[in-house]
Design a protein around this ligand. Structure first.
Ligand SMILES: Nc1ncnc2c1ncn2[C@@H]1O[C@H](COP(=O)(O)OP(=O)(O)OP(=O)(O)O)[C@@H](O)[C@H]1O
Ligand SMILES: [Mg+2]
Length: 329
């Protein structure tokens, strides 16, 4: 059963397209990773879906949830979806928490807004949520201000606020990037645990392929405003078929095997104002052939649940098989 179904989503700013038709379905309770280099459209996809882009953005396509299109909903309706049905957390908790209001009150406001609870039950629910996200001594900590929490704890508070409306889907946009490695690992564990306990569906946006493999059963790789490969995380990571996905893995530091040269993908992501003809990755692609430079490949089913947009996918021969241990940088 699908929860949210995005079809042909396009976004343009000032006449320049940055999203070129995203098709993405999130199932109930499913965890889907969205990966790709900076600027490929990961955030814009969900900001557009939830009506959070500035006025000047031109948006096309459909974002269906239970028979209604979020893109054409009146403002009052989409505001009810945000928070109550779909919650989003961002990289930087300081952008979402008000520094001069006690943390408890901020969580309580979110609970009251989305769930219509009142009085003592709101306070009790706020305490339950702080407990749930692993803040010790929750009833006392409700009276603290954000600056009295560490960065990792603030991120937990943000997650508690996101959960205040009992959402069906949590969109976590780089939720751990601003944190140090140990705290990152704890927040990832928390997200995995919350999913198991609540049955929440999750969209996990991250540069960190290791984190995505830990949290998500399916992953979509984006490049220059398109999904270029998707599939079950384990399969995709064992054997990427798109040269770009493969390049992302090559660029990862590895724990296993002999130490070797760090191999970043050469070149840079194209400027949306000057997109190359054909496949947007072709100028950087070591496997590119003549037709790649003038034909745009569509995202098509490769086999089973795997999809790829590439005219010359890498072979699936066992020779390219490899075991990976992720060294999370
Ligand atoms: N408000 C805006 N006005 C104009 N252009 C924008 C705006 N927001 C995003 N863009 C452009 O849209 C494209 C996609 O941006 P997006 O933020 O989705 O990238 P991203 O994949 O989330 O990158 P990162 O990993 O750095 O967060 C980029 O080219 C960006 O410059
Ligand atoms: Mg982003």
């Amino acid at each position: 059963m699908s929860l949210v179904e995005i079809t042909g989503l396009t976004v343009a700013f000032d006449g320049v397209r940055v999203l070129h038709g995203i098709d993405l379905t999130i199932g109930k309770g499913e965890a889907v990773g969205l990966v790709g280099e900076s600027g490929c459209g990961k955030s814009v996809t969900w900001l557009a879906a939830l009506g959070l882009l500035p006025q000047k953005a031109r948006i096309g396509g459909r974002v269906m949830m239970e028979g209604a299109d979020l893109l054409t909903m009146p403002r009052s309706e989409i505001e009810k979806v945000r928070g109550a049905r779909i919650a989003m957390i961002f990289q930087d908790p300081s952008s979402a928490l008000n520094p001069i209001i006690r943390v408890g009150r901020q969580i309580e406001e979110a609970i009251a807004l989305h769930r219509g609870l009142t009085g003592a039950s709101v306070r009790a629910e706020a305490k339950r949520l702080l407990d749930l996200v692993g803040i010790p001594d929750a009833s006392r900590r409700l009276d603290n201000y954000p600056h009295e929490f560490s960065g990792g704890q603030n991120q937990r508070v943000m997650i508690a606020m996101a959960l205040a409306g009992n959402p069906d889907l949590l969109v976590a946009d780089e939720p751990t990037t601003a944190l140090d490695a140990t705290i990152q690992a704890q927040i990832l564990d928390l997200i995995v645990r919350l999913r198991n306990e609540t049955g929440l569906a999750l969209v996990f946006i991250s540069h960190d392929l290791g984190a995505v493999s830990q949290v998500c059963e399916r992953a979509c790789v984006m490049y220059a405003g398109r999904i270029i490969e998707s599939g079950p995380t384990a399969e995709l990571f064992r054997q990427p078929r798109h040269p770009y996905t493969n390049g992302l893995f090559e660029a990862l530091p590895r724990l296993d095997g002999p130490r070797r040269r760090f191999v970043p993908i050469e070149g840079t992501v194209p400027d949306p104002r000057h997109m190359p003809a054909g496949c947007a990755f072709s100028p950087r692609c070591r496997s590119a052939r003549e037709n790649c430079h003038h034909t745009q490949p569509a995202l098509a089913t490769l086999s089973g649940t795997r999809q790829i947009a590439c005219l010359h996918p890498l072979s699936d021969s066992p020779a390219s098989e490899r075991q990976r241990d992720f060294a999370v940088a």
